[in-house]
Design a protein around this ligand. Sequence first.
Ligand SMILES: [Zn+2]
Length: 266
Amino acid sequence: MSAEDAYRPCPACGSANAVPLPALAPPPWRIGRCASCDFVFLLNPVDYSALEQEYAWERTYVAEDVAREAARGPVRRLARRARVLGYKLRGQRAFRYLSLLEPGPTLEIGCADAVRVTPPFTPYGIELSKALATRADEKMRALGGYCLQGAGAERIRDFPDGFFTGVLMHSYLEHEVRFAEVLAQTFRVLAPGGRAFIRVPNFSSVGRRLHGARWPGFRHPDHVNYFTPGTLRRAVEHAGFRYKLVNRHKIWLDDNIQALAIKPAA
Ligand SMILES: [Zn+2]
């Protein structure tokens, strides 16, 4: 698909009436806000096969990082290095989020090659990149699970109904063109009472408003959905879940939304 034509309809409500927000994305990328439901999204994403190959996440991530690094002054570069070192020292920090879920078979969608689901949880994964999925599969098999390679919206169909106690979508849903399908399938593969943890950039944060097109939550064309706490809630509830905002406190200051999608107990 050419980036110039064929804008997608709103992935949240299906409406074809999006208002372009040209200040937020450099050409050829176009971001718009749905006139019917306010959802903000990339109007012209690339297809999955292109994402697997030329826009592979590992590559654009490194390229953008190099460009951003060059644009920073020395003080900000130093501050960033200290922050990266902090993350490394804290190690598995991201996976404090596991404590929000019940131990059992747990699926991470968009797992890269990391196994952040560790015992007493059993790790399963779905990963688009072939190289990363192969490495994740090896590690997950050693812990009793496995990783499927492919698009989340497709490969999640290969898991049986009610199979998981938990699903992790950490920095994933903003990449998923077919996110409504993924949420519906997540509802299906979770056992009653099961929970999905979702972490996505917060489009309504103060940081986004201050930094404009330079907000780090923008990543073209990798990020295709820009959720706010309100539009995420609507999407999650539409799939049948109860929605719980985890970082309620000062959410307007936070560049990310952390939320639980809870499947009602039977
Ligand atoms: Zn809409």
